[in-house]
Design a protein around this ligand. Sequence first.
Ligand SMILES: Nc1ncnc2c1ncn2[C@@H]1O[C@H](COP(=O)(O)OP(=O)(O)O)[C@@H](O)[C@H]1O
Ligand SMILES: Nc1ccn([C@H]2C[C@H](O)[C@@H](COP(=O)(O)OP(=O)(O)O)O2)c(=O)n1
Length: 230
Amino acid sequence: MTQQNIPLITIDGPSGSGKGTIATLIANHLGYHLLDSGAIYRVLALAAKKHALSMDDTLALADLAKKLDVVFSVDALKNNQLILLEGEDVTQTIRTEQVGANASKIAAQPMVREALLARQRAFLTLPGLVADGRDMGTVVFPNAQLKFFLTASAEERAKRRYMQLKAAGENVKLESLIDEIKARDERDTNRAIAPLKPAADAIILDSTATSIEQVLDSVLKEVAKHAVFH
Ligand SMILES: Nc1ncnc2c1ncn2[C@@H]1O[C@H](COP(=O)(O)OP(=O)(O)O)[C@@H](O)[C@H]1O
Ligand SMILES: Nc1ccn([C@H]2C[C@H](O)[C@@H](COP(=O)(O)OP(=O)(O)O)O2)c(=O)n1
């Protein structure tokens, strides 16, 4: 089997649309690998801070991206995602809105994206991959057999993020989260390179008024139509 034929599902969409949740459920269901591409941009943003780099210093950021010492694994005890940056557990620290905003800033820089391409494509191995992000179906894996674009209103997405961050003990305000989500949407959608947009062949699912279970059900129905995922 060539890399082209390895089963692959991409899930793109804006912040809080449910990509990570659905991608994890589908990857577990099918027994496939998971690529959380946003986590790579988040880890890079955290590494840049750690090494005192400016979020505008493209050359230094691209260099750091090439050498980035990041390990994705699964916490054997909790069966959760475990992310190590230079050996340090950053699974939780990359999830703040500040790191998300910095990730979005560095992600707009072409040299940074180029430096991370091969690292992302290397996740495509047997038995298959579910990849979530902004440009999985458009740029990183344009040949994926099945592509989804998840979306929901900015207010609904901010509300979800609010509950998620509150539960994680962060002190956040709903009003500022709505503003931050809109600012990130704007930056991710209007950048010149690999902007946030559905691939021409993506199935668009709006979850403003649908539960995780309903979205999962729609995705599984599409998955079942393709022999490659059986
Ligand atoms: N359809 C949905 N309805 C209600 N809550 C959802 C839905 N999809 C996701 N969530 C919740 O919203 C939050 C953000 O979801 P997440 O998967 O992290 O989004 P993304 O990866 O797109 O940023 C999580 O707490 C998740 O449980
Ligand atoms: N494939 C990707 C994934 C993320 N990014 C950038 C843009 C996003 O605002 C940040 C953070 O992405 P992430 O998916 O972790 O963010 P959310 O969980 O959706 O809030 O990284 C990207 O440009 N391309």
